[in-house]
Design a protein around this ligand. Structure first.
Ligand code: NAP
Length: 660
């Protein structure tokens, strides 16, 4: 493993903490290579070969993948026809032979023109995606993510300490980019360890429910992931490893909670009060504050009648008590969201009885490889073809730009409400129901309750490899759809009056995502507190800035969460980069602070609201955690990564006020 210094100098050039200078040499004979080519992801391999061999003839236009839209599950090879695949395999074999025979095992950054040719090939010429994709392309000479300036050049001698709140995925991204720009910062983290959601969520079965390769930083493109959908522990190890490689761990104050931020009009700085776990408070001055508090980390435990009577063990999915052995016990799980969906199959075999309280059934997308490791072919390619894993990551990312948007966009005048929002949405509904019919053919009594009574995409869709249906069909499982009347001493009484006696109750009842900055007091200009400004309807320009709260930046704030398209890390990184651009503007102008104008926020909110109204989750008859108490969709981004790229590309002077 390279030293920290070597890693840092590599990072400066390549902006990838996992940059691999060389691959293993190919020694296999033609027969073996033919087998590899036959099983490879061909568009990815052709791109990787073109880059490594410096030969764009591998990108022949007749082999361009058509990128057939993904309705329920991805189309193999980007929808290439069998004839295309045949020709591509032969070409890929030729390329692998050349790599072997010329002993090529490394690749350098590409020329700009080559980048464009590669992106044109992979995207079918969708030019409006190129800028956002370059951000993700390891070999692009200018990914556009790293700051092209340094604090010492712009503001030498100026005191400009920045406070970053939280050391989860967003906080680490912020720390990395602020460190690159040489802006001094301190991170405070309430927990005793870093990793945010992945440190907190350790329930049985926890893993990614989006493909692993689309769930990583553009500046930390790990290639050797063991699973197609990473296990929770692997994601946590990755976040920790990134923080180590980035050298930001020493800047984190653990077990330190931010409790209050007060804008001081005179000094134009933030007075931040932090509290140690022991209770000691400290007030410090910061020029700017970056909130990287998570969206899904404040447990929602509904106020069930009689809860205080219950004598068994209770736990929220995020606060799993590992000291409690569930094996052989009777367990109730309340909820059927993404957390319950992983917990229930993981528990089903070990418990003596499982009672699942389902208020609504989840939509499930077929994902046969949900629990699988990466294939041997993939492993071989990532070890032996320079940057194959990074090309694969780009491929996953670009397919995710449109994602499943087209399947969840509402059609004007559609008559299928409240079960579907368009002809395509109805088609998806029918395909998914057919799958449920197959899975519950031997248990028809469960089928009716397994079919959601809302449109696909109105709530988060889950990954189906059969284990959910198997757990529901287990003779030890009871699915209760009657609703919860109250808790008793021994368990839960449903609305039909049936008492379900259980030893353990698991609240898989989700979070309070719309309560942004809950438990933190933020007092901005003219003494306005941010929650009073929001009145329960959190809004931020680009999800980042709020009028009246200068030099205060939210990462992954309101309205920027992707649900059927895009990458979480992309949205986080772009918000960080936007905040850093704003800081740069402040420093360069010799201003004290930047404040977004109310009219700019209103325009932004109008734009995202209009987008969300067109989507399945924005229909008036749908309720989910995507909305806040006012019913406004305040969590979700209705557009693609490409639009967020554009929105965050420049800090528009007209939209902002600069304080002297
Ligand atoms: P969630 O999606 O909000 O699900 C909460 C569940 O609890 C829902 O089924 C809800 O029913 C039910 N519920 C809430 N209040 C209830 C009540 N009073 N009575 C009965 N049932 C009640 O929460 P989550 O499953 O923790 O997931 C939240 C988000 O976290 C996910 O959407 C996802 O973004 C993220 N997540 C990701 C992963 C991953 O990547 N692996 C895993 C877990 C979570 P209704 O459906 O009827 O509202």
């Amino acid at each position: 493993m390279p030293s920290m210094q070597e890693m840092r100098s590599q990072t400066m050039r390549f902006d990838d903490l996992y940059w691999e200078a060389s691959s293993e040499r190919i020694v296999e004979d033609d027969g073996e290579l033919e087998k590899i080519a036959a099983r490879a992801d061909l568009p990815v391999l052709l791109a990787a070969l073109a880059a490594a061999l410096g030969d764009t003839s591998f990108l022949s236009s007749d082999l361009q993948p058509p990128l057939t839209p993904v309705d329920t599950q991805p189309h193999a090879q980007g929808g290439m026809s069998p004839a295309q695949q045949g020709r591509a395999k032969a070409l890929a074999l030729e390329g692998l032979r050349q790599l072997r025979d010329k002993a090529i095992n490394s690749v350098d950054l590409l020329e700009d023109g080559t980048v464009t040719e590669l992106l044109a090939f992979l995207t079918g010429g969708r030019e409006h995606w190129y800028a956002s994709l370059k951000h993700e392309l390891d070999l692009a000479p200018d990914k556009g993510g790293a700051p092209q300036w340094h604090f010492d050049e712009v503001a030498e001698g100026r005191s400009f300490p920045v406070l970053i709140i939280g050391a989860g995925i967003a906080g680490i991204a912020a720390a990395y980019r602020y460190a690159q720009a040489g802006v001094p910062f301190t991170v405070v983290e309430d927990a005793p360890t870093l990793g945010g959601t992945w440190a907190k969520n350790t329930y049985p079965g926890v893993r990614l429910d989006t493909p692993t390769f689309g769930y990583s930083y553009s500046f930390a493109q790990r290639g050797d992931w063991p699973h197609q959908f990473a296990e929770g522990g692997d994601v946590l190890d990755y976040v920790r490893d990134v923080a180590e490689r980035a050298g930001v761990v020493e800047s984190i104050e653990f077990s330190t909670r931010l409790v209050r931020l007060l804008w001081d009009e005179e000094s134009r700085t933030w007075q931040a009060t932090t509290r140690l776990s022991g209770g000691q408070e400290r007030v410090r001055t910061f020029a700017a504050v970056v909130s990287a508090l998570g969206q899904l980390d404040r447990p929602n435990i509904p106020d069930f009648a009689g809860a205080e009577l219950y004598g068994g063990v209770t736990m929220h999915s995020q606060e799993w008590s590992h000291g409690v052995d569930y094996r052989g016990k009777r367990v109730a799980v309340i909820g059927t969201g993404a957390s319950a969906y992983q917990i229930v199959p993981a528990l089903a075999d070990g418990v003596s009885g499982l009672v699942l309280f389902q208020r609504s059934a989840p939509w499930m997308l077929p994902a046969p490889s949900y629990h699988d490791g990466v294939s041997d072919t993939f492993d071989w390619l990532r070890r032996k073809v320079p940057h194959y894993a990074q090309w694969y990551r780009l491929w996953v990312t670009l397919q995710g730009i449109p994602g499943r948007m087209h399947t969840v966009t509402a059609e004007d005048g559609w008559q299928g409400a409240p079960l579907s929002v368009s002809a395509k949405n109805q088609e998806v509904r029918e395909v998914l129901i057919e799958r449920l019919e197959e899975q519950f053919a031997d248990h028809p009594e469960l089928l009716e309750t397994a079919i959601p009574n809302y449109p696909p995409g109105a709530k988060r869709m889950l990954r189906d490899n059969g284990v959910w249906a198997a757990a529901l069909k287990s003779e030890r499982t009871t699915v209760v759809t009657a609703g919860i009347e109250r808790f008793s001493e021994k368990g839960i009484i449903d609305k039909y009056g049936v008492e379900h006696e259980v030893d353990i109750v698991v609240f898989a009842t989700g979070f309070k995502p719309s309560d942004y900055l809950d438990e933190v007091e933020v007092v901005g200009r003219q003494g306005v507190e941010i929650h009073d400004f929001w009145k329960g309807d959190a809004r931020a320009y680009n999800g980042v800035t709020v009028p009246g709260f200068p030099n205060f930046f939210l990462i992954y704030g309101p309205n920027v969460g992707g649900v059927v398209a895009g990458s979480l890390h992309f949205m986080i990184e772009r918000a960080v980069e936007f905040s850093l651009k704003a800081v740069h503007e402040v420093l360069q102008r010799g201003a004290s602070a930047i404040d977004v104008k109310p009219a700019a926020l209103d325009r932004f909110v109008e734009w995202v609201d209009a987008g969300n109204r067109r989507m399945a989750w924005g229909q008036p008859y749908v309720r989910s955690w995507y909305q806040n108490a006012h019913g406004r969709v305040s969590q979700v981004w209705p557009y693609t990564n490409a639009e967020y790229w554009e929105a965050t590309e420049t800090v528009k002077a007209d939209d902002h006020e600069f304080l002297a």
